[in-house]
Design a binder for this molecule. Structure first.
Ligand code: SF4
Ligand SMILES: [Zn+2]
Length: 382
């Protein structure tokens, strides 16, 4: 089995050897490389899909760009193996959105779902920026991810809606705060290649359909899933992924959709459901260390198990470990600047457990119940 990072041939030769795309080193040859050209048979990054520790060794190759289009790897694994909510526009999201605005939750919202009740930490779109609310673009606290082609030129134009009137905005996405680009692919194979490619796949447009032989369908939710994996989320909870639309019940926010458009969307939902079911059955999500749960019980997306929202919310705040979990309510800031020292010898080297503190100073080793006040006069430091 060849290396998971090995891409297509570049149709070039170096010292009579074929050059390939390498998603870690840029390019490589299989043998006879040199300092400038990586060489597969001497490479330390070599990784096979059947490696028993694949998910933890894998370096996600998605290409992310700063607003000035320079590539950056700084956002890879920012969630450090934590959890995230992926918020989409289905009406089942409405009763839940308010509670996502709380400490400990990371949410990435798709399209205009990012402007409806929840103030997410991240947003992704694929269509022209003009379709999305100015309050998303102009909010510096929201990381906004757009296909790299929409980072400049006429494709980065924005609109505003003030007093019910749409106007062209004076600035574009290129001047909005906290904007990032990503490489987008408009083709998709519903298998491991969804994760191994250096771009985010969002389905098939015409060329993609010719390339893959799959149905012509695109879905921005797929970009959200892929980006969250790149950010290092290990568990994702889907919100508002109803995958079923009627003219009366279409989005969580007000939007006109007639019967024809609803039927067409439902057809796309069925295709995406089929792809994701195929990927789950083929083990792709498991291989890449990603668990996905759907908080919409009666969703048309059947690929992932259901998890009630309350459970997801509690889990999202506790996955790093029970003691490190974010506490509900307002944080208790009292006492954090006061020195915690051993009441006997004054050492700062203390091990804390839930109810017992132990002085780590070798000659002392004093243990005490942290919750009970001590009637103990500490020795003066010499
Ligand atoms: S073995 Fe190394 S050089 Fe070859 S494709 Fe894999 S990462 Fe690139
Ligand atoms: Zn001590």
């Amino acid at each position: 089995m060849s290396c998971v990072y090995l891409g297509e041939s570049k149709n070039e030769f170096r010292n009579k050897e074929e050059v390939f795309v390498c998603r870690v080193n840029g390019q490589c040859v299989k043998k006879n490389g040199n300092r400038r050209m990586a060489q597969c048979n001497k490479c330390r990054s070599h990784l096979k899909l059947d490696d028993s520790d694949f998910a933890s060794k894998w370096i996600d190759p998605v290409e992310i760009y700063r607003r000035d289009r320079t590539p950056t790897k700084g956002l890879r694994d920012i969630l450090a193996g934590g959890t995230a909510f992926l918020v989409c526009g289905g009406p089942s999201a409405n009763p839940l959105l308010e509670r996502l605005n709380s400490r400990g939750c990371f949410s990435l919202a798709v399209n205009n779902a990012a402007a409806h009740i929840v103030r997410p930490q991240a947003f992704v779109c694929s269509d022209p920026p003009m379709k999305f609310h100015q309050d998303i673009w102009m909010d510096p606290a929201v990381m906004k991810f757009v296909p790299s082609a929409k980072l400049s030129g006429y494709r980065c134009r924005m609109r505003t809606k003030v007093g019910g009137v749409f106007r062209r905005a004076e600035r574009g996405v290129d001047q909005a705060p906290n904007v990032w680009g990503f490489k987008r692919w408009s083709w998709m194979y519903p298998d491991d290649r969804f994760f191994t490619t250096d771009g985010c796949c969002w389905g098939n447009q015409d060329d993609g359909q010719r390339k893959t032989g799959e149905e012509k369908t695109v879905c921005t939710m797929l970009l959200g899933l892929r980006l969250l994996r790149y950010f290092g989320a290990k568990r994702i909870y889907l919100i508002g992924v109803d995958f079923y639309m009627t003219p009366e019940l279409n989005y969580s926010f007000s939007q006109a959709r007639d019967a024809g458009v609803s039927a067409s969307n439902n057809k796309h939902f069925r295709t995406v459901n089929k792809w994701l079911c195929q990927m789950v059955e083929g083990g792709s999500f498991k291989r890449f260390g990603l668990e996905v749960y759907n908080c919409c019980e009666r969703s048309g997306l059947r690929a992932f198990p259901h998890m009630p929202f309350d459970e997801a919310l509690a889990d999202a705040k506790g996955i790093i470990g029970v003691r490190e979990a974010v506490e509900p309510g307002q944080p208790d800031c009292e006492g954090w600047y006061e020195k915690s020292e051993c009441p006997k010898c004054g050492s700062w080297h203390i091990r804390y457990t839930a109810d017992l503190s132990t002085c780590l100073e070798k000659k002392c080793g004093f243990k005490w119940d942290t919750k009970k006040p001590l009637n103990f006069k500490k020795e003066k430091k010499r």
